[in-house]
Design a protein around this ligand. Structure first.
Ligand code: ATP
Length: 453
């Protein structure tokens, strides 16, 4: 397979679509915005939630060996001592403005980035963690940090999860939540921000089986992105070289996506060995190990960590779905979103605003929205309304016309192919359900017919 050199999507167009249709707004916009912070609008919040739900279904709901967790953002400060975050991030750092690699300025011999030759930021004593105070007194003793990753919440709860779920190795903990990093440079829309959301797995395995589980998770995670409809040619695995491995990692591979600004990390998968449990055991004085009933031995499991970003997945999905074509003689922008991810699953469109059609259309709308996010639109021409739905990735439009009053049938229009069928109202819900699950539009319910090829 030849690798595409460049994304076909223009970031400007995506940002503009997100802004125009209410997917993403700059944070605190009325005050001029807050650098690198973003607000997910009415459609963005739906798409984002659908991404998180898809991840949760795949890694928790449909597996016997995984459980979920929702740890607090603020953690005991000792956590960050043990994890190495307090120490590791308080060096004078410079960051490359091009590839974003950070360098200890005191160890650097050149005045440009050793990796790519890019321009460097000014050095500063830098701790990536946001600091705040717990309680009314703002002194050293009350300092706490906003977590820079969700992972530590899972390590410190290892024993709690083990004792309460009676899981046997190998098993994992999954968590979705906000993380905060005072990044030196931010940018590329939601790709790198200071407040973002992660979907992380900590998978505990027997030492010696870690290599095979690492490979398993790399494959599993690549398949997950493909299952969302992301084209495989836009995904690439990038194994880390020995020199760039983080201090805790035995092996690491990034899943990269071809974003408009080039290939960049979507998810990192690391074999962390026993580093985290050993560190937290030392720091807390607790025994963080697993008792093997068969061999009567205490084992410190190794950890495989697939760590993904919700916001970067959101951006990758938008990039992959964005398209422009000519439909019904007009230029249209459309998002080929997987129906599972689409913010709105169907739009109910009465052909005219006339009073005669409204009761039937509103009744259908009320019924469908018990099951799905559905929108109702009766403003402007039907063509304009179709365009509006195409642009936000709504897979199906349901149109009620004057004949519907007589024959109790409605048309369903498919976003990508523009094909239409006409089905009895009684079978609308089951038909939509089947089509949303991927059934071909022209598989018809009893009484249904092809309307438009
Ligand atoms: P990068 O090298 O791009 O800074 P990283 O290697 O520091 O990323 P990890 O610590 O491996 O990132 O975090 C796991 C995932 O969390 C990343 O793959 C990414 O999807 C997401 N992530 C990390 N930092 C940010 C950020 N500042 N903004 C948005 N998402 C982020």
């Amino acid at each position: 397979m030849t690798e595409p050199a460049q994304s076909k999507v223009d970031m400007e167009k995506l940002v503009s679509l997100c802004r125009r249709r209410g997917f993403i707004f700059p944070s605190s916009e009325i005050y001029g915005g807050l650098s690198s912070c973003w607000d997910y609008g009415p459609l963005g919040v739906e798409l984002k939630r659908n991404i998180k739900d898809a991840w949760w279904r795949a890694v928790v709901q449909q597996r016997d060996d995984m459980v979920g967790l929702d740890a607090s953002i603020l953690m005991h400060p000792q956590t960050w001592q043990a994890s190495g975050h307090l120490e590791g991030f308080s060096d004078p750092l410079v960051e490359c403005k091009g590839c974003h690699l950070r360098w200890r300025s005191d160890e650097l011999n050149a005045d440009c980035c050793p990796e790519c030759g890019g321009e460097l930021t000014e050095p500063r004593l830098f701790n990536l963690m946001f600091k705040t105070f717990m309680g009314p007194v703002e002194d050293e003793a009350s300092i706490v940090y906003l977590r820079p990753e969700t992972a530590q919440g899972m390590f410190v709860n290892f024993e709690n999860v083990l004792n309460t779920t009676r899981k046997r190795l190998p098993f994992g903990i999954a968590q979705i939540g906000k993380s905060f990093r005072n990044e030196v440079t931010t940018g590329n829309f939601i790709f790198r921000s200071r407040e973002f959301e992660q979907m992380e797995i900590e998978y505990f395995v027997r030492p010696g089986t870690d290599k095979e589980w690492f490979d398993y998770w790399v494959e599993e995670r690549l398949n997950w992105y493909a299952s969302l409809g992301i084209r495989r040619q836009n995904l690439k695995l990038r194994p880390h070289t020995k020199e760039e491995l983080a201090h805790y990692a035995r092996e690491c591979s990034d899943i990269n996506y071809l974003f408009p600004m080039g290939w960049a990390e979507l998810e990192g998968i690391a074999n962390r060995g026993d580093f985290d449990l050993v560190q937290h055991a030392k720091s807390s004085g607790k025994t963080l190990s697993y008792y093997d009933e068969e061999t009567k031995e205490h084992i410190v499991p190794y950890i495989i960590e697939p760590s993904a970003g919700v916001d970067r997945t959101f951006l990758a999905i938008l990039c992959d779905a964005y398209d422009e074509d000519i439909a019904e003689g007009e230029k249209r922008v459309l998002l080929h979103l997987n129906p599972d991810l689409a913010p709105i699953k169907a739009a109910v469109l009465p052909l005219s605003r006339k009073e005669t059609l409204a009761p039937m259309a509103k009744e259908l709308y009320a019924d469908l929205r018990k099951k799905w996010m559905v929108s109702y639109d009766d403003a402007q021409s039907i063509g304009r309304r179709y365009r509006r739905q195409d642009e936000i990735g709504t897979p199906f439009c349901v149109t009620i016309d004057f004949e519907s009053l007589e024959d109790k049938q409605v048309t369903i229009r498919e976003r990508d192919s523009l094909r239409q069928i006409r089905v009895p109202i009684d079978s609308l819900k089951t038909t939509l359900q089947a089509k949303l699950a991927g059934e071909d539009l022209f598989v018809l319910p009893p009484g249904g017919k092809v309307w438009k090829e």
